[in-house]
Each structure stands twice: as structure tokens, then as C-alpha cells.
Design a protein around this ligand. Structure first.
Ligand code: SF4
Length: 396
């Protein structure tokens, strides 16, 4: 079934603010109603009683109903209980006209349901928050001495300060949803590949054993998430195993000094840095490398470019401060077997210092504007204010 044949609707009927769950467990005592029809009738009556009680107490109630229509027969498939309750409240005359418009429709697992997203929207709209009132933008430094920043967070800042603010400072998590037809999500695939490479660093295997371990790793994942389409699972498994074969064949065979080891160091700008490089290696010539594995299809890094190499360069700084004389960084793309190298020398250190000072200044002044150009899909576009800015610009 393709995605657009699924009607994914959660209908929220605002009787007001008391949440009423229709969970079976809440109505376990079904007395003498032994038949299935009897039990259903009893539960409907219990719901009506509960709503009646709420109404008599003057307590507003909110009722949520999942309209996920697997059969795809109708755009939505509201429950008869919902219709009946609505008719009771509105009267038969208002039913047809108002039923559809009164319900609030949101996507299945939509981020509209997330309290984090709601709070984020409120913050971006300048709402007053009680009882924990956040300092308004511009009123405090976010560079508290004990707050550590990861290379990924700093990379996010330079891609879009507003996204960094929402995601890394406010901690708003995006709910991307879970498509049951997807065999393995990109981040899960990345975690499997990283775990395989970390295990290889700890306990190196020969090629055949390495491939067998990759197959087992993927099969174990499928046990935790049984695929709806076995054919798609076979394809994904082949892709994963091929990627790991590429990783094995493309490995230069350097001495592995550490893998997935966390480091924490304070930069002279005052920024506390914390990161976990995928690997640190020493070549036969005695060069020290920071290695970062990538599982994406596209090559997004450019050789010796501080902006695209910022994450690896930050790892290099962390290691250097821990006593490892890093001479370069490598992004190893596991799917294609390609490697992008980034130098780490005096000039790069100076560029890094300037970037971190810029980051510090932004934290101190709490200045987190939207990026001039969004790099790819973000997910915060409905709350970051970008749309509002665009509307204002269009009006002028
Ligand atoms: S949508 Fe664009 S401007 Fe808004 S937070 Fe995301 S990257 Fe930044």
C-alpha cells in the first residue's frame, strides 16, 4: 500500500480540557455483560456517564480519536460513538454542517501532538511561560561554564543559528513519525554501521566473519522491528551488507588507537567541547588521523574546507588537547568507499579559533537568527519564524 492511500487522521473533539481516555483497562469491570456486544455497549455507556459527569461538574473535556483508515475506503472514518456524542451536544440540525468543521484534524503521529513542539511554537511567538519563565532572547548568555557542546551541535549552529537554538538549547525534539512500511530508518542504519565498525576496532575479524557479523547484526535488528514487506527487508539487508563489505575493503589497515572514546576539553574561547570521534588511527608513517564514518549516499564534505569539515576538525582539536598529535581528518563514506580528507594544521587551528569565538559571541548575545538559506529538510519551518519573515517581506 502506498503512503498516499493511507488516511492518517487523529480527530480531536474539543468538548474542553479534561482528557478522557477510552482505554479498555479503564473500564475493566463489565459486570454481567459477557458477550462482545454487551461489553462494547457497557463501555459506550461508561464513556457517556463519564462525559455526563464532567459536564455536570462544569469540567471541560477533550476527546481524541484515531481515524487511521487502513482499508482506505474513506478519507476518514469517524466512530459512530463520536457522531452520536456530537449529535447529542449539537442537535440533529447542526450535525451535518458542523461535524466535519468542528473536529480538529492532525496527522498521524504529527508533531502537532508534541508538547515540545507546542512549547517551541509558543516561545517563538514570544509567549510568556509560567512557572519557568525563560529569559527572553538577548538577555542572558547561553555559554554557562558547565554546558558542553558537541561538534554536531556547533555544526548545526553554523548551518542555522535558529535551528541550533530550538534543537540544542531549548531541546525541542522533532517527531519525524514512524512509517511502518520503512524497513530501517536512516539513523538506525547509521547506528548499526557505527556499532559494527566500533566492534571491529575492539576485536578485528577477517572478511568472512566480518560479513557474517554484519548479516547477524541486521537480522537482529529485524527481530526488534519485523518488516511489513519481506522483499523490502531483503533489499535493505543486501544494501547494508554491501555497505559493510565496502567498509571492510576500503579500510586502509592503519593501527586503531581508539574508537568511540568520549573527550571533553575547554577551548580558549571558554566553550566546553565534548565529542566522541568514531576512530583515531596511526598510519605506518606515524601520522595520526581522526576518522568519521558517514552512511549517507551523498558526499557532502569538501577537502580541506573548514566549514564542511568543522565536525572532524573539532574532533581533531579535542584529541590534540588530549595529547594526540593529529595531522589530518578523514570522512569515510561507507556506501561508496570514498574518503574526503581535511587538513589539521596551524592555519586550520586559527580558522577554528575564529569560528568558536563567533559561536561564543552568539551565545553571549543570544543571537540566533534564521539561516539565509535552509540546507535541506529541517522540520522546524513551522515554528522558527522563517515563514513569518517571508510573509512580512512579501507584504512590504
Ligand atoms: S527552517 Fe530553515 S531557518 Fe528555520 S530553523 Fe530550519 S534551517 Fe533554520
Amino acid at each position: 500500500m502506498s503512503l498516499n492511500r493511507k488516511t492518517k487522521t487523529v480527530i480531536t473533539l474539543l468538548f474542553a480540557a479534561l482528557a478522557i481516555a477510552m482505554a479498555t483497562a479503564a473500564f475493566a469491570a463489565d459486570g454481567g455483560a459477557l458477550t462482545a456486544a454487551g461489553r462494547i455497549a457497557a463501555r459506550k455507556q461508561q464513556l457517556r456517564d463519564l462525559l455526563g459527569l464532567a459536564a455536570s461538574l462544569g469540567v471541560p473535556a477533550r476527546l481524541s480519536y484515531s481515524g487511521y483508515d487502513l482499508a482506505g475506503l474513506k478519507r476518514q472514518n469517524p466512530s459512530s460513538v463520536l457522531s452520536e456524542l456530537f449529535r447529542k451536544q449539537q442537535g440533529a440540525a447542526g450535525m451535518a454542517a458542523q461535524f466535519e468543521t468542528t473536529l480538529r484534524h492532525v496527522g498521524f503521529f504529527a508533531r502537532d501532538l508534541s508538547p515540545d513542539a507546542a512549547i517551541g511554537r509558543a516561545v517563538c511567538a514570544g509567549a510568556e511561560m509560567e512557572p519557568c519563565r525563560p529569559a527572553p532572547l538577548g538577555a542572558q548568555s547561553w555559554a554557562a561554564p558547565e554546558r558542553a557542546f558537541s561538534p554536531t551541535a556547533i555544526e548545526t549552529f553554523f548551518a542555522c543559528p535558529m535551528r541550533f537554538y530550538l534543537e540544542k538549547l531549548l531541546g525541542i525534539r522533532l517527531q519525524s513519525g514512524d512509517d511502518p512500511f520503512v524497513v530501517i530508518a536512516a539513523n538506525d542504519l547509521g547506528q548499526l554501521a557505527h556499532a559494527q565498525m566500533a566492534a571491529q576496532a575492539r576485536c578485528p575479524l577477517g572478511r568472512a566473519d566480518f560479513i557474517a557479523a554484519a548479516e547477524k547484526r541486521f537480522d537482529d535488528f529485524l527481530k526488534s522491528r519485523p518488516p511489513l514487506h519481506p522483499d523490502a527487508a531483503v533489499r535493505e539487508r543486501q544494501n547494508f551488507v554491501q555497505m559493510m563489505k565496502n567498509a571492510f575493503d576500503g579500510d586502509p589497515g592503519n593501527e586503531v588507537l581508539s574508537a568511540e572514546q568520549s573527550r571533553t576539553v575547554r577551548h580558549p574561547s571558554g566553550i566546553l567541547l565534548q565529542g566522541t570521534p568514531d576512530r583515531v588511527e596511526r598510519t605506518p608513517r606515524g601520522d595520526y588521523l581522526v576518522v568519521d564514518y558517514k552512511t549517507g549516499r551523498q558526499i557532502t564534505h569538501r577537502q580541506d574546507d573548514i566549514d564542511s569539515c568543522l565536525q572532524a576538525v573539532l574532533y581533531a582539536f579535542l584529541l590534540e588537547q588530549s595529547g594526540v598529535p593529529v595531522s589530518r581528518c578523514e570522512y569515510r563514506y561507507l556506501r561508496s568507499g570514498k574518503t574526503v580528507t581535511c587538513a589539521y594544521d596551524g592555519a586550520v587551528r586559527n580558522q577554528l579559533d575564529a569560528r568558536l569565538q563567533q559561536f561564543r559571541t552568539a551565545l553571549d548575545s543570544a543571537a540566533f537568527p534564521c539561516a539565509e538559506k535552509c540546507a535541506g529538510y529541517c522540520g522546524f519551518e513551522s515554528i522558527c519564524g522563517r515563514n513569518k519573515l517571508a510573509e512580512e517581506a512579501a507584504e512590504e
